[in-house]
Design a binder for this molecule. Structure first.
Ligand code: A2R
Length: 320
């Protein structure tokens, strides 16, 4: 690490970084917490000295922001998805970009399964049913069985694999779609999301976000999933065509959806609120005490290693 009086200046770009992580950053670096938003004049003065950005998973780090920081060397993203970072701009400048893969696989996979069970077994509605005192009047309508059903995973990477592992314990029959078939993977591969959707009861989206996957789950895919099929999105809001999804749910062209991510967070299209066949969570897949601590440790570890002259711990693939 640099000597204390030479602590690198780090700009925190977000309002969502956990306090414990911010505390670690402020103890080890000269932390400028959201200075670009809070005090643009002070930011303009400090910007030439800033050597690092600590970004949240959802934070936007556009080219224009990077251009204001000529000494910028590293962007440490607190999350596995880094679609908010303009990678073309970072690569042109040779800026290192790191993220926090693997440490959140369990939590995201757990939430995917929880959303599947919630929508199939109507757990939020059941909770309301009991609280509203409706039980003495009779049982709820029967729900849908998840164990043994067919599961399609769109994006069989680190998290997709963790979802598959859990789904196997539920006796689910698993198939997947990605751009390329995975080596040594016994699950059936489908070359398109629509072809996969046509063969499954549950379709889980867990690809990266960004331009390459924008609208990957579109009206055609939803129609292929059909009136008995459920969609779960724990990827990015952009991966699903939200307008097409809302229509499909309203018209009951699919059975239901479990959503943790949205196109324009934290804004959720109000049309979803009126629907009984959707379960909505506020982008919380990795939001446990344990996992957020592990993500903070890795996001900090990347900055620490880089400024100690070592290799970053978990660079994004483009920087590996
Ligand atoms: O396409 P492949 O063969 O590279 O497989 C990856 C797949 N994938 C895609 N599938 C279809 N169309 C695409 N355009 C596309 N781009 C990528 O998604 C791979 O199977 C999977 C991503 O896996 P990992 O890179 O291991 O990511 P991880 O850690 O599972 O996280 C996925 C995303 C994050 O980027 C966050 O946005 C979200 O989950 O939390």
């Amino acid at each position: 690490m640099d000597k204390p009086e030479q602590k690198p200046e780090v700009l925190a770009v977000t309002n969502k970084l956990p306090p414990a992580y911010l505390q670690t950053l402020s103890e080890n670096f000269s932390l400028l917490d959201r200075l670009h938003e809070q005090d643009p004049t002070a930011f303009a003065l400090a910007a030439p000295r800033i050597r690092a950005i600590a970004a949240s998973g959802e934070a936007k780090v556009p080219r224009a922001l990077m251009e204001q920081m000529p000494a910028l060397q590293i962007i440490s993203v607190f999350g596995v998805g880094y679609d908010g970072v303009d990678m073309a701009a970072a690569k042109e400048r040779g800026i290192m970009v790191t993220h926090t893969p693997d440490v959140l696989n369990d939590d995201v996979a757990d939430l995917a399964i929880a959303l599947m069970l919630s929508i199939a077994r109507r757990i939020p509605q059941a909770d309301q049913y009991v609280r509203a005192g409706k039980w003495p009047s009779g049982p709820m309508p029967l729900a849908s069985k998840m164990s043994g059903a067919r599961l399609g995973i769109v994006g069989l990477g680190r998290i997709g694999g963790a979802i598959a592992k859990r789904a196997e314990a539920f006796g689910m029959r698993i198939a997947y779609h990605a751009r390329t078939p995975k080596a040594d993977c016994a699950y059936p591969y489908f070359a398109s999301a629509a072809a996969l959707a046509a063969e499954v009861d549950y379709l889980v989206a867990i690809t990266p976000g960004g331009a390459a996957t924008k609208g990957l789950v579109n009206a055609e895919v939803l129609n292929a999933l059909g009136p008995k099929g459920y969609l779960i999105n724990v990827a990015r809001g952009s991966v699903v065509d939200e307008v097409a999804l809302l229509l499909a749910l309203q018209e009951k062209r699919i059975a239901g959806a479990g959503l943790d991510v949205y196109e324009n967070e934290p804004n959720v299209p109000s049309g979803f609120y009126a629907l009984d066949n959707v379960v909505l969570t506020p982008h919380m897949a990795s939001a446990t005490v344990q996992t957020r601590a592990a993500m903070g440790a890795l996001a900090f570890g990347n900055l620490q290693a880089y400024f100690a002259g070592q290799s970053a711990l978990s660079p994004v693939p483009e920087c590996s």
